[in-house]
Design a protein around this ligand. Sequence first.
Ligand code: MN
Length: 199
Amino acid sequence: MKHELPKLDYEYDALEPYIDAKTMEIHYTKHHQAYIDKLNAALEKYPELQDKPVEKLLKELTKLPEDIRTAVRNHGGGHYNHSIFWKLLKKDVKISEKVNVAIDESFGSFENFKKAFTDAALNRFGSGWAWLVLNNGKLEVMSTANQDCPISEGKIPILGIDVWEHAYYLKYQNRRAEYVENFFKIINWDQVEENMTKR
Ligand code: MN
């Protein structure tokens, strides 16, 4: 079975003005689709791997055949990261008491968390992601390069921001800081809570 683009739960303009409709459309239909196509192409010669969930492939990168390991890491990672990302975006969702308490306990305050997460997003040189993850049950902020995914390091992604230029360049050009600031206005905290508790 081939990997497929997951359905988007909202319209391309749903996150305006923070993420513009054109960026959403290209990001979802072109960039995400390209990762899926290249993941499927990489798996073509290994039918026994085609039915494995992408999460499982990424958890066991070192066990994969060497000739497709990099392709799965990059394109499987791209597919997985974007699938998480779309669900984390929604306007006008208030942070729940449960998430707020968990963030306070781990970072001292929401502002401390926001600063750590923003720093991770701004200091990621080139392309990559900033994350809030669970590491052995503890909340931490980290970043990854390219399409590397926390689950390949045994960490559970709770919240992530795509800081590849394709995620923000049409609207923000070089102003990554403004994009990150606005990202905080469209975090789907209900999904964050689900990511924290469901695993
Ligand atoms: Mn992206």
